[in-house]
Design a protein. Structure first.
Length: 68
């Protein structure tokens, strides 16, 4: 019962995907600083993924050429 009352007092909100701060519902970031951190992290993850794909392709080509 006390949980229901607590939920009634908490207004609808979201949380910043970077730092976790409570923000208005429908928002994604609490500040421009968090938005920039998120974009930097996404670019780094994307670059890492492409590097891994490149390594896998290079290893595949190497194994194909070596086996022939």
């Amino acid at each position: 019962m006390s949980d229901d009352r607590a939920l009634d007092r908490v207004p609808p909100h979201s949380h910043c995907v970077v730092c976790g701060k409570a923000i208005p519902e429908g928002e994604t970031f609490c500040s421009e600083k968090c938005r920039m951190k998120y974009e930097k992290m996404r670019k780094r993850q994307s670059m890492s993924m492409w590097i891994m794909v490149g390594i896998l392709v290079a290893v595949g080509i190497y194994l194909t050429v070596k086996g022939a």
